[in-house]
Design a protein around this ligand. Sequence first.
Ligand SMILES: *Cc1c(COP(=O)(O)O)cnc(C)c1O
Length: 494
Amino acid sequence: MKPINAATTGILLREDSIFERSSEGRAGFDIPTPKVPLKSPVKYRRTQPAALPEVSELQVVRHFTRLSSWNYAIDLGTFPLGSCTMKYNPRINEELASLPGFCDIHPELPPEFCQGALELIYNLEDALSKIVGLDACTVQPAAGALGEFTGLTLIRAFHEKHGSHRKYVLIPDSAHGTNPASCILAGYEAVPIKVGPQGYMSVESVEETIKQHGRDIAALMTTNPNTLGVFEQNISQIAELLHGIGAQLCMDGANMNAILGIAKPGDMGVDVMQYNLHKTFSTPHGGGGPGSGPVACRSHLAPFLPNPRVRKTENSFTLEYLPDSIGKVKGAFGNFGVMVRALAYIMNHGSDGLRQVSRNAVINANYLRARLQKKYQLGTQTAHFHECVLSDSKQIQANGVKTLQIAKALMDYGYHPPTVYFPLTVSGAMLIEPTETESLQELDQFAEALLEIAERIEAKKETFEQSPTKTFVGKVDEVGAARKPILSLDDRSI
Ligand SMILES: *Cc1c(COP(=O)(O)O)cnc(C)c1O
């Protein structure tokens, strides 16, 4: 088997833990003996030296450089994780975010000393509102999930201000797991709506639920395009139904990469939505952050936005505290560095460029879909937008090989696997989102890897039970890893 992704050939450097490189008395520094007597109170002194590795500077450099090369990242290769929009982050964004005026300011500076930062927040909120056709925006939430929570909390504040205490939020069953979780945190109960065979919600299913729960429904929360990469074709009609009972339409905007400059959620009847700047607007993510999940809304929800709001006066930027605000959802103004990158990205592209981003993202996903459907069952027949979903049914039929093994086999071809077993509505789902930043050549190589895996399964030669075999750590015991995690050197004997 030839590894298709060239990044996997060549030298692979093993690396033990840095403690195993330790040798007594070795150090990376040499501090002169102090000429003054040591004065620290005895009670604060260690009785034993700290158990730190004793290594030279070069050992430290090599250790961490080697470890960093084990990390699979977008800067190394295609990262097809569906629903994650793992796109390339242009370097100019990093350069701007590290300008001293941006990265050295303190979040508690009075407004007169950070006018530039406030202007950036103001301009970003303005640009984001315009992109989605809504009236106001806050950049405070630190991630998509926190944005969902913030949006639902705005809805709650709105209903309560009008003396309406509602209980339920409707959520299609293709939703990302954070959607029902955010509902619970915002004090609502999630009511699932079944998506139809086409992969989107039918008007009838929403009507039925409305008949059942009526004015106890606070909102419906939907992702559009949804997690199958399918556009919710009935969204405007659904919005009307909801508005008819005073409920709100809340959109999970994590998939905006599909519709930038093409369709505006505001035009679809959406009342409030969040974005994921760390997906659509290219700022790096993975490994836990930092992210940013701004929320945009219509004017009737704006009085409840998190405090403080940045306002533009004739010749400066000031802070305003809204009396009906839901309060703060994140310290200071949120993750500011992410905002700098996102505004740089938006301004770099302009409105034409953003439309091109989405067009290319959609065509890339559809190109892969067209190539892969020769060997894989499609998760849905409906036209996909920015991601495509496959199922493992043909491979199960051919040789009992499931999605998990296909994903592991892909690692031996040098690729990070796609999102697997999500969305839950497709059995054995493989959700692939190539994004617009992959070239035709990369897409072809990735498709060839998946097609070759399918061919090897079909020929009944391989089940990939032992895959991956070319990684440092081979097939792992996933149940064991969850039940008996090895968290320190002392656990290693387990
Ligand atoms: C990524 C994602 C989220 C969660 O966003 P975080 O920034 O990880 O909290 C929510 N919904 C969808 C559809 C997503 O893809």
